[in-house]
Structure formats: structure tokens, C-alpha cells
Ligand binder design. Sequence first.
Ligand code: ADP
Ligand code: MG
Length: 450
Amino acid sequence: MDVNNIWKLFLEKIKNDLSPMLYETWFMDTKLLKIDDHSALVMVPMHIHKKHLKENYYDFISNIFTEITGTNFDFEFITEEEHNNNIDINTDLLGVPKTENFASNLNIKYTFENFVVGDSNKFAKATALAVAEKPGLMYNPLFIYSSSGLGKTHLMHAIGNYIIKNSSKKVLYVTSEQFVNDFIDLYRKNKDQNNISNIEMFKKKYRDIDVLMIDDIQYLEIAAKTQQEFFNTFNELHTNNKQIIISSDRSPDDLKQLEDRLRTRFNWGLTVDILPPEFKLRLEIIDKKIAANGISDFFEKEAKEFIASNCTSDIRKIEGAITRVSAYAAMMNYSKISLDVADEALKDFFIKSIISQNKIDNVQQIIAQSYSISIEDLKSKKRNANIAVPRQIAMYICRIVLKESLTKIALEFGGKNHTTVMHAVDKISKEILINQELEKQIQKIVTKIN
Ligand code: ADP
Ligand code: MG
């Protein structure tokens, strides 16, 4: 049976299990592109399908597909656009004399092109690109660290994809867990069979390469035996000028459980960190992601600001918020994603604590305290900058972070006109893009409110 017929059967089957709305939204326009031994590649119309199917329908799809084919498949989803680009990439690669089927474990969706750069990550990006251009020669090892969701894995894959596209070098990306598992596997098998060929296979995998990337090295802390093996692997590669790239949630010096000799080696090359994204970068990332999903026109400015001001320290969370809002708007048939729609969709997504019954009250108290002015002044019509600016900041926070209505804010600030509030919000949202000090101040206040 050819792939089209298999997929037709599949779609007929799932149609019975889903409401027409869900079926039409998520499955109707999908297509099975190919199946190999144990993997199936499915083309979907938009990015949002890809993410949604992967995160919410994976088991469902897999089970039904297995019922039809009698075999378990790993599913990959690809958008039409990516599929077309992919063909280009493949033809590029045809010219390169390549190792046969070498499994790099790279994800083509992470590239330098779609890594958005701002003050907090530009150094990491630049060094990553430098290493990608000259593996083994620039900074060896390259050690990238940051808290979760700030782009370490993205950058590593971007380096790998770049190298593979532009050279015939062998790249291997693994998580440290995988390295540990491979090693434990080897150890076990060896005990049973005393089999030299397993060791050879392990060495071939990890040493017969040009670039080794180990993601989340902190998990190596709990595996003492594997640390020794990693030490040997590291030395072998490093001596031969093979590039090593490591990521971690901490700096090398803070990997306290790691052997000293490993920590020392991590400091041989270059260590870079990625900081939490500044407001401007968060907005740019949102812009880029919604453009990639083809939904820029639907998103109103305030909705974007709402997401940017509520997801301050994790880009993964920004992506989650966008997906959720888009899916929600699609499901509810909204033609625009306004601040209200975003708030509705993300109600449970952002953990908001309700400290005070009247949130505006609370903001006013905190602002008054922070800027050493009285609440009376804050509500007054006084125009001195030392009062007017905190007032505008307070209005901005009430509107964008707390999502109070313009009218209500106007009322709570001494019965002003709602256009005054609009003007204040607009002014601060422009200012915040160019004034990092202001951004920090606002961040601090928002933290206090929460
Ligand atoms: P980490 O490995 O540091 O936990 P990831 O690399 O997995 O973080 O990033 C989390 C998500 O955020 C990924 O989907 C990634 O593509 C995205 N991301 C992170 N940084 C950026 C950036 N600068 N531009 C665009 N997307 C980013
Ligand atoms: Mg990661």
C-alpha cells in the first residue's frame, strides 16, 4: 500500500474519534510524506499544527497508526515551507562527500537565522557562530551556560547545522544523559560478554568525529564512572583539535560535584553565558515567532506586550504562550488577538497571585513606596516629572501586566480621562524599548506585585 492510501485509512479512522471541528483544524490538511523503517514524516500546513500535534496528539496518532500498520513509528512533523527548504538543503548536501547515514542527532529547525539576538545573548551567538565557522580552532571547548529556556540547545543545534551544511565534518550532538546511558550500556554488555567490539563501537561513536556537543552536562555530576570516560574522550578529541561544545545550567566553577580535572578543562576554552532576555528582545522574539507562524496580522500590539511582560525569564514559555493564544483564537473564531483575548487564553498559564483584592490599589502602594511619593500625589493632576513618570509607570503596569480596563484605571487614578491612560501606556511601552534602566525598575516593581 502506498503512503497516500495508508494516510487515507488513518484519517478515516481518526475522524470517528474526533469532533469535526478538531478534525478539520488539526488533521484534514495533513499528508504522509514517507515512512522508513520506524519513522514516519507527516507534512502539516502550519507551524502551529506541528507543535500542537507533537505536544497534544502524539500518542493518539501513534496508537492509531500502529493499529493500521502493525508497527510502531516515530513521528516527525514538517511544515510545507520547511519541506520545500529541506529539499534545497538536501541537494546542497549531495555535493559533499559524506559519511554514510551518520546520525548527528541534529534538529534542522534550530538555526542561526532564526535565533533572535539582543544584548543578553549576542555574545553567546557570536562565539557560537565563530566556532561553527572554524570548529576546533577558535575556542575549544566552548562552554555555554544559562538557566533553562534561554537558547543553549538552540545554539548548539545551530552550530551543528551550520557545520554540516558548510563542510563534510562529522558532528555528534548528545545530551549528557545519553552519554551516560551509552556508557552504562557498554559497561553492562561488557560484563556479560566481555566483548571488545562494544568498546570499539562506543569509541567510534564518540571519538571518530570532528565535533562533539554535550548538552546539559550537569547530569554528569551524578555519574562518577562516566566522568572518567568523558575525561578520556575529552582529552582524545581535544588533543586532535576536534571541537567540543558543552552546555550547562551552571558555570563550570559551580559544577561542584564534577571532578576537578574536568572543571579545569572546561575553562581551557571560552565560557559564555546567556542572560534572561530584555523586554525588547522578548518582543522581537514574539514578532519573529508569530511571523513564522503566519499570524502577525492577527496579533495586536498590546497582546504581544502582555505576553512579553508576563514571560520574563524563559523563551520556551513565550513560545508556549503564543501557541496557546493562537490555538485559542482559532478555536473561538476570533479574527484578532487583542489584549483581552490573550488574557482569556492565558488565564491559567501565567501564575498570578492575588495579593490584594484591588490590584490597582496594590500597584499604587508599591509605586508610591518605590518612588517615595504619596498615593495622593499619584492620583493627582500634578505634572512634575518626579510624580508624572511614576504615575505613567503605574498606569502601564495596571494596563499591560494586570490587564485592567482603561476606564477603571482612569477612575482609580483620580478620575482622569481614559485617553490619559492610553497616552501613558503608549509612552512607557516606547520608552522601555530604549531605556534599560526603566525596564529594570518596572521588572522590580512587577516582581514585588507578584
Ligand atoms: P535551553 O537549552 O537553554 O533550555 P532552548 O535552546 O531549548 O533552551 O530554547 C527554548 C526555546 O526557546 C527553543 O524553542 C528555542 O528555539 C527558543 N529560543 C531560545 N532563544 C531564542 C532566540 N534568541 N531566538 C529565538 N528563539 C529562541
Ligand atoms: Mg536545552
